[in-house]
Ligand binder design. Structure first.
Ligand code: NAP
Ligand code: HSE
Length: 421
C-alpha cells in the first residue's frame, strides 16, 4: 500500500469536488489501486468561509509556505484558477521536486515550456488532465494511446459554459444574462466568466490540445479567438430556419507543416453529431492518420466530473510519479491565418431597387460565391438580407465586408458567423 501526502490549492467548486470524490471513493481507490491518499493541507484565501464539504479546520491554511516546506507532502493539486500566483506556486512546487496536478488551463497554455523544464530538471511529475474538457479523458489518451499516429485534425466543443448558454438560448428562448447566471451557480463558469464568454478558456484548451497533438508548440496568441457575446436571439432563430444550430467550436489542423487553429461561434447543420452535444457536455473529434476518426464525449465542466479527472491524475502520479514530457518536432511550423470557410451574414439594407445586385456584385468582385440568399422585410424602408457563402478565404471575406460596410445602401452588418458543414 502506497501512502500519498496530498495538499490542495483551492477549496471552491473543484476543490470541494475533489474532497467529495476522496470521501466517497477513497476506500475503493485504496482497495483497487493500492494507494492511500491523505489530504494534509488545503490552501484558501479565507479560512473562515463556510464550505460545501465538511473540513477539519486545522487542514486549512492561507500561507503557501506551510505547504511548500512540508516534507510530508508529495503531491500538490492546484485548482485556485487565474495565472498568478498559481503559476508561481506550481513552478516552486516542481522546483522542490513535488509533483503537481493542475486543472489550470491558463497556466499550462501560457507557461508550458517553463513548467515542463522545471519538471524535467527535478524529475517531479506534472499532470493536467482536468485542464481540458472537465471529466473527459483526453490528455492521457493523446499521450499514451495515440503515439502511433500523426494527428491531422481536432474539432470540438471544449467550453461547457458557452455550450450551456447556447443550448438554453436555443431550446428555451432564454436571455444570455439569465443563463450565464445559472451556469455560474452550477459551477461551470470560470472564477471570471469573461474567459468563457470571450472564448479565452476554449483558446487555452485548444493551445494545450494542439500542442500535444501536433507536437509543436501552439501558443495562445497564434489561435484566432472570437466569443459568443455577439450571438443574438435573431441569429439563433434564422439559423434554425436555415437548418443550422450555433456552437462555439475549437478547430485545429496541421497539413504540410502548416497549422491553422481557431475558436469561434459556428453554424453547424442540425444533423451534425456536434449539434447533439447539449448543456455543459463537451465533445472532441480527433483525426489520426492511422486510427481515423475518434470522438470523446462527456461532462466538460462541474465539480464531480472535473474532480474525477484530477483524482485519476493523483493516482497515476502516485503510482508513476515521473514527468512525461513532450518531444517537439524539430521543424518549426508555419501558422496559417487565411483559412477557407463558408459564412453566414445578416445585413440590414435600404429596401430599394438594385441593392441586392450591388451586394452580390461586391461579393463577386472579391471571389466570394453565394450559396443561399434570403430577403426578409424588416420595416417600411429597410430589409434584412441573409447570405450563406460557398467556401471563401478570410481575406476575400474581409475585403468584401469592407466594401459592403462602406456602401450607402447598407444600414448595418448585424452578424458574420462561420459555417462548418
Ligand atoms: P472557485 O470556485 O473560484 O475556487 C477557487 C478556490 O481557490 C477558492 O477556494 C479560493 O479560496 C482559492 N483561491 C483563489 N485564489 C487564491 C489565492 N491567491 N490564495 C489562496 N487561495 C486562493 O474556482 P473553481 O471553479 O473551483 O475553478 C478553479 C480552477 O479549476 C480554475 O483554474 C478553473 O479553470 C479550473 N477548472 C474548473 C472547472 C469547473 O467546472 N469549474 C472545470 C475544469 C477546470 P476561497 O474559497 O477562500 O476564496
Ligand atoms: N469554465 C470551464 C467551462 C470549466 O465552462 O468549460 C471547464 O474547464
Amino acid at each position: 500500500m502506497k501512502k500519498i501526502g496530498l495538499a490542495l490549492l483551492g477549496l471552491g467548486t473543484i476543490g470541494s469536488g475533489v474532497m467529495k470524490v476522496l470521501n466517497e471513493n477513497g476506500e475503493l481507490i485504496k482497495k483497487q489501486e493500492e494507494i492511500e491518499i491523505d489530504v494534509r493541507k488545503i490552501l484558501v484565501r479565507d479560512k473562515a468561509k463556510k464550505r460545501s464539504v465538511e473540513i477539519e479546520p486545522s487542514l486549512l491554511t492561507d500561507n503557501y509556505d506551510d505547504i511548500l516546506n512540508d516534507d510530508s507532502i508529495d503531491i500538490i493539486a492546484e485548482f485556485m484558477g487565474g495565472e498568478d500566483p498559481a503559476f508561481l506556486y506550481i513552478r516552486d512546487a516542481l522546483r522542490k521536486g513535488k509533483t503537481v496536478i493542475t486543472a489550470n488551463k491558463e497556466v499550462i497554455a501560457k507557461h508550458w515550456e517553463e513548467l515542463d523544464e522545471e519538471a524535467r530538471l527535478s524529475g517531479a511529475g506534472l499532470y493536467f488532465e482536468a485542464s481540458v474538457a472537465g471529466g473527459i479523458p483526453i490528455i492521457k489518451p493523446l499521450r499514451r494511446s495515440l503515439q502511433a499516429n500523426r494527428i491531422l485534425k481536432i474539432m470540438g466543443i471544449i467550453n461547457g459554459t458557452t455550450n450551456y448558454i447556447l443550448t438554453k438560448m436555443t431550446e428555451e428562448g432564454r436571455s444570455f444574462e439569465d443563463v450565464l447566471a445559472e451556469a455560474q451557480k452550477l459551477g461551470y463558469a470560470e472564477p471570471d466568466p469573461t474567459a468563457d464568454i470571450e472564448g479565452y478558456d476554449a483558446r487555452y484548451k485548444l493551445s494545450i490540445l494542439s500542442t500535444l497533438c501536433f507536437r509543436n508548440r501552439v501558443p495562445v496568441d497564434r489561435i484566432y479567438c472570437q466569443g459568443i457575446k455577439g450571438i443574438s436571439a435573431d441569429d439563433i432563430k434564422y439559423a434554425r430556419e436555415l437548418g443550422y444550430g450555433i456552437k462555439l467550436l475549437a478547430i485545429a489542423k496541421k497539413e504540410n507543416n502548416k497549422i491553422e487553429a481557431r475558436v469561434h461561434p459556428t453554424f453547424i447543420p442540425l444533423s451534425h453529431p456536434l449539434y447533439a452535444v447539449r448543456d455543459s457536455y463537451n465533445a472532441i473529434f480527433i483525426k489520426g492518420d492511422m486510427v481515423g476518426d475518434l470522438m470523446f464525449y462527456g461532462r466538460g465542466a462541474g465539480d464531480l466530473p472535473t474532480a474525477s479527472a484530477i483524482v485519476s491524475d493523483i493516482i497515476t502520479a502516485g503510482q508513476n510519479g515521473k514527468h512525461y514530457y513532450v518531444k517537439f518536432d524539430q521543424e518549426e511550423p508555419k501558422f496559417e491565418d487565411n483559412w477557407l470557410s463558408e459564412y453566414y451574414m445578416r445585413l440590414v439594407v435600404k429596401d430599394q431597387p438594385g441593392v441586392l445586385a450591388e451586394i452580390a456584385g461586391i461579393f463577386g468582385r472579391h471571389n466570394v460565391s453565394l450559396d443561399t440568399v434570403i430577403q426578409k422585410l424588416r420595416d417600411k424602408n429597410n430589409a434584412t438580407i441573409i447570405f450563406i457563402t460557398h467556401k471563401a478565404s478570410e481575406k476575400w471575406i474581409s475585403n468584401a465586408m469592407k466594401e459592403i460596410n462602406a456602401s450607402p445602401s447598407v444600414i448595418s452588418v448585424e452578424s458574420l458567423i462561420r459555417v462548418e458543414k
